[in-house]
Design a protein around this ligand. Structure first.
Ligand SMILES: Nc1ncnc2c1ncn2[C@@H]1O[C@H](COP(=O)(O)OP(=O)(O)OP(=O)(O)O)[C@@H](O)[C@H]1O
Ligand SMILES: [Mg+2]
Length: 510
């Protein structure tokens, strides 16, 4: 008979009258890797938050049995005591603490009440080694990229004694190589008897690791798919309720002249001024064209886009930006926006959204001039445009007055996109635009991007997902160590070819 480590029965969870979970049943066999899939807002994170005690006993209906014992977790600490560790979808490291301090926060390595920093550092180094992260344990969390922060979170989980590991989109911020490394780790942990629950919108990954997959839709359990039956198409059918014919909209580009050009762009690191982050970068976008920038984590893609977008990254920036052959000023963000640029950040929590505001305010934040007169916001107009973007993006929410933090991860991303689309930019930089977005919504977002290009706009997509870059872009630049290493047309682009260029050493740099 199957040995279930966890059984959740008839779980109901409501948020001010809205049912996020509606009689969910969920069972996990000990020592397996269980996938949890569903569209944005289906209730995956909420279910895991109920399990881990973040939403404590009494705040939901139904029963949780762990090791056949009924659980009444009041908080995360209670579930951690039982060996249940959750790594949340939104990164939760303290930006001003070092990596080692973050890992042992609340679990200090102390002797006689005094923290043993040597031991802390030694243990941190071991943990970082385990997750394959080669950075100094004394760096601040804010000094490393989101992908590396994710690995620190995972290292932190391993610093506790884990029996059931919950990973809510652990690879969303990682590139392929790092994701593979992580999935390999999870499999290794399985061999050691650890049970894992993994939530991911990267279906190809789920397919390779999961022993069984449960599908949620609109807060209900739809089905559990057994190993033999697991495939991407099968999962999509369960999630969406029908087959999805294409992953990318068909593209018939209508390219104009070169519209946007960046010449000799060199950017220095904002703190370590000696370090060059982008060196002599030259690229151009024709009107109506979608270009991609492919590179590994740390290649300098985000730094390039952000420095062009109003010098919002970097120091001692040199180079010129041209629009329709005329040099334009991008000295600060307001000037860049005025000159038609927009940048959708990869880090929606830190840079993309104001978490204290509601959906309506977040949507209009970058275009207040469009909805105000003589400096006064026309609230009727504000509501109107927010509603338009809500239906255009099919953002799942109760109302536009809802706090942005109460939206599911993928739906928050849609609000970030709405905010920048509303500025009606001529040149739009999209940095990991579909991170954490479900397959169906991805297609909708691709369609919106495609429509913008069809309207003659210039689009630049930065993405770690090579299939997305190849699927969407007319032309692809590759980047390594802050420099462009190649340029490939869509019809010549293959993952292998891009990978070779993305890892090309300096000698090969043009
Ligand atoms: N704190 C909250 N207040 C109000 N509503 C909430 C809150 N947290 C979640 N919800 C709602 O509950 C539903 C389920 O959200 P949840 O975050 O669990 O989705 P998800 O499946 O994890 O989606 P995603 O793939 O986008 O992360 C959504 O409709 C969301 O808006
Ligand atoms: Mg979620």
């Amino acid at each position: 008979m199957a040995d279930y480590i966890l059984e959740m029965k008839n779980i109901v969870k409501e948020f001010s009258g809205v049912r996020a979970l509606d009689n969910v049943n969920f069972k996990i066999e000990r020592g397996t890797i269980h996938g949890l899939c569903g569209e944005n807002g289906a209730g995956k994170s909420t279910l895991m938050n109920v399990l881990s005690g973040l939403y404590g006993y009494g705040s939901y209906e139904g029963d949780i049995f762990y090791d056949e014992e009924k659980c009444t977790f009041k908080n995360l600490r209670d579930s951690e005591k039982k060996g249940i560790v959750i790594i949340h979808q939104e990164l939760a490291l303290s930006p001003y603490l070092s990596i080692k301090e973050n890992i042992f926060l609340g679990n200090e390595q102390a002797k006689h009440g005094i923290i043993d920093w040597n031991l802390t550092e030694q243990k941190t180094t071991e943990l970082l080694d385990k997750v394959g992260l080669k950075v100094n344990a004394n760096l601040l969390a804010s000094q490393i990229g989101v992908g590396q922060q994710q690995l620190v979170e995972i290292a932190k989980a391993f610093s506790k004694s884990v029996e059931l590991l919950i990973l809510d989109e652990p690879t969303a911020a990682l590139n392929e190589e790092e994701s593979e490394n992580l999935l390999r780790l999870i499999k290794e942990f399985k061999n050691q008897g650890i049970t894992s629950i993994i939530i991911s919108h990267k279906l190809n990954e789920i397919v390779t690791v999961a022993d069984r997959i449960t599908i949620l839709r609109d807060g209900r359990t739809i089905e559990t798919i057994e190993k033999e039956e697991i495939s991407e198409d099968r999962i999509i059918r369960g999630m969406v309720g029908r087959d999805l014919e294409n992953r990318y909209p068909e593209r018939h580009p209508n390219l104009g002249e070169t519209y946007f050009e960046v010449k000799n762009w060199t950017v220095h690191h904002p703190i370590d001024g000696e370090r060059i982050v982008n060196k002599q970068v030259n690229f151009s976008i024709r009107s109506g064209e979608i270009i991609g920038i492919a590179g590994l984590m740390g290649a300098g893609r985000t730094e390039l886009a952000m420095s062009i977008f109003g010098h919002s990254y970097g120091k001692n920036i040199q180079g010129e930006v041209y629009k329709e052959g005329k040099k334009i000023d991008v000295r600060d963000v307001p000037t860049a926006i005025k000159n038609g640029l927009a940048y959708v950040s990869e880090d929606r929590k830190a840079l993309g959204l104001n978490l204290l505001m509601d959906i309506r305010e977040n949507t209009t934040l970058a275009s207040l001039n469009k909805i105000s007169q003589s400096g006064v916001i026309d609230s009727e107009k504000e509501v109107q445009v927010s509603e338009i973007y809500k239906s255009k993006m099919r953002t799942k929410m109760n109302s536009i007055y809802q706090n942005i933090g109460s939206l599911s991860g993928g739906n928050q991303q849609k609000v970030v996109l709405s905010k920048w689309l509303m500025t009606e930019p001529d040149i739009l930089f999209l940095d990991e635009p579909t991170r954490g977005i479900d397959v169906g919504a991805k297609y909708e977002i691709y369609t919106i991007i495609e429509e913008m290009a069809a309207a003659g706009k210039c689009i630049c997509i930065i993405s770690s997902e090579l299939p997305e870059i190849i699927g969407m872009c007319d032309r692809i630049y590759t980047m390594n160590e802050g420099r462009l290493t190649g340029e490939v047309l869509k019809k010549e682009a293959t993952q292998e070819k891009l990978m070779t260029l993305m890892t090309m050493e300096k000698e090969g740099v043009r």
